[in-house]
Design a protein around this ligand. Structure first.
Ligand SMILES: *[C@@H]1O[C@H](CO)[C@@H](O)[C@H](O)[C@H]1NC(C)=O
Length: 505
């Protein structure tokens, strides 16, 4: 091998660490499916956590309100509408109440979770998609077009659906069993891995193979997984001829290999998770207890090892929280919900160790919102659009419920030059339906432009000591208010849970 550059390379994410929450803040008593298909078996969003469960005969999955931590009751209602085991589930990126599932019963179904969560078994989907003639194994949503869903089946077929109309837009027949499929940033293409070991980049609208590798992307016979990254790159995991676990990076346009490295000798398929905002990859090994994480950059060898998280219990499955659901004030950049064989879900925030009262814009670039950029129909007609982005700064401010004074002061203190709005964020601003991820009203004072460019200058008559004193006072106020809000929220949710009929249609 050659020297890894990791020592010399500077990175904001070098010291990112994972630390599990207390057991009470996780979930427990869940009969996670024992199916051997290489799926995460779990999907998470800011409102719900969904987990595929073991059920005699049919196929079902839990959908718990994310705040309903602790022990799950034996009679907890489930989504129970498949005639065979459920193999994959995925929440819609543009509607937190909508989830897709696919099953050994060959169908793909899309479900609407009633406001507040399930109060009885949900057996009727909003739409059922029937085309696969063998088990349906994978579902994944288009990142920017509304209602576009990809499904893959053991019939070696990929279907692109408009779930709004129930139309099957595209049918793509591949030569072998499909192990993974992943959309590009704007979803005009996807990459997939198959049992034939060939890596393919395919046009999502025509189904045409744009590029495929001549050689196996990984030589081993165990399943390879692929992710389409930003900036025309593809990341894969797989096994060498000697059954060592590997990862590789590819140029998405030429499918030339840019990087390849061996990891270890363990058996489990490495499931990659991508955070495109900061170009980090987390590798979660099915059946092992380690989560490794890496950063992708433009310097060779392009994939740079950062660190690992290890806990005692092996991983049966996992879900990943989107940025909209993270604790921005704590510099949390990832949260993994790890399913254990014991029926416990361990919640693991990954955090950049920083102490600051200011919004950390360098680790939180604008992120995908819950708004679709275009309709499914427009997309299928040929329009491409990047995901609609939002600033997470609103979420940071949202924790300061008495913002007027705070905002003015923090603008004075903020020495950072406001970032020039990217082309994309201008588009967001001009998109009529664009809204912030959380319905928090932004204080008018914040919208006023901060001293643009030369932000370091203090207005006359203001000195640092006074500001620091003010900040101290305000922090105390905020803390008190936070406590009060939490008490109100607890009372509210106690009231809601004693009166659940509203959600029951
Ligand atoms: C809900 O579905 C589960 C799983 O199929 C089943 O065991 C349970 O009896 C169902 N509950 C009701 C009330 O029908």
């Amino acid at each position: 091998g050659f020297y890894k550059m990791a020592f010399m390379r500077k990175s904001k994410f070098r010291h990112v660490f994972g630390k599990p929450l207390k057991k009470d803040d996780g979930y427990d008593n869940i009969r996670v499916t024992k199916n051997s298909w290489d799926s995460p078996f779990c999907s998470v969003n800011p409102k719900y956590i969904a987990i595929i469960t073991e059920s005699a005969g049919g196929g079902s999955f839990l959908v718990l309100p994310i705040k309903q931590t602790g022990r799950v009751e034996m009679n907890q209602p489930v989504v129970d509408g498949h005639k065979g085991p459920v193999l994959d589930i995925a929440f819609c990126p543009h509607n937190d109440d909508v989830i897709a599932s696919c099953s050994e019963d060959c169908t793909v179904k899309v479900w609407q979770i009633p406001e507040g969560g399930l109060t009885r078994n949900l057996t009727e989907p909003v739409v059922e998609l029937v085309s696969h003639i063998k088990r349906a194994c994978i579902v994944t949503w288009h990142p920017s077009a509304q209602n576009i869903l990809l499904s893959a089946g053991a019939d070696s077929k990929i279907c692109i659906w408009n779930v709004g109309t129930g139309e099957l837009y595209v049918e793509i027949n591949l030569p072998d069993l499909i192990y993974s499929a992943s959309f590009s940033y704007n979803g005009n293409r996807f990459v997939c891995t198959c049992k034939d070991k060939i890596l393919r980049v395919i046009d999502s609208r025509t189904g045409k193979v744009i590029k495929e590798t001549k050689e196996p992307c990984h030589q081993g016979s165990k399943p390879a997984q692929a992710l389409y990254l930003k900036h025309d790159k593809v990341f894969t995991t797989g096994f060498s001829r000697m059954s060592e676990r590997q990862y590789a990076l590819w140029d998405a346009n030429t499918l030339e290999q840019m990087s390849l490295d061996e990891i270890d000798q363990a058996n489990g398929v490495l499931m990659p998770v991508y955070d495109g905002d900061v170009e980090m990859i987390y590798l979660i090994g099915k059946g092992d207890s380690i989560i490794r994480y890496y950063e992708i950059t433009d310097e060779a060898p392009y994939v740079h090892y950062l660190s690992l998280y290890q806990s005692r219990d092996p991983t049966r499955g996992f879900g990943v929280m989107c940025k909209r659901g993270l604790n921005i004030n704590n510099c949390e950049i990832m949260r993994i919900y790890k399913l254990l064989n014991t029926g416990t879900v361990e919640v693991i925030p990954f955090t950049v160790p920083r102490k600051s009262e200011l919004f950390q814009d360098d680790i939180y670039p604008d992120t995908a919102s819950d708004q679709p950029a275009i309709s499914g129909e427009d997309w299928f007609r040929g329009v491409d659009a990047d995901p609609v982005l939002v600033s997470l700064k609103d979420m940071f401010a949202s924790e300061m419920k008495e913002p007027a004074k705070v905002v003015i002061k923090s603008n004075i203190l903020d020495k950072k030059v406001p970032a020039t709005p990217s082309r994309r964020s201008e588009e967001v601003a001009s998109t009529p339906q664009a809204k912030t991820a959380h319905s928090v009203v932004r204080p008018a004072s914040e919208a006023a432009p901060a001293a643009s460019g030369a932000g370091a200058e203090l207005p006359p008559g203001v000195n640092i000591k006074d500001i620091l004193e003010d900040v101290k006072q305000l922090k105390k106020t905020v803390k008190d208010q936070d406590k009060k809000i939490r008490q109100y929220e607890e009372r509210l949710s106690a009231l809601e849970s004693s009166n659940p009929e509203d959600a029951d249609k």
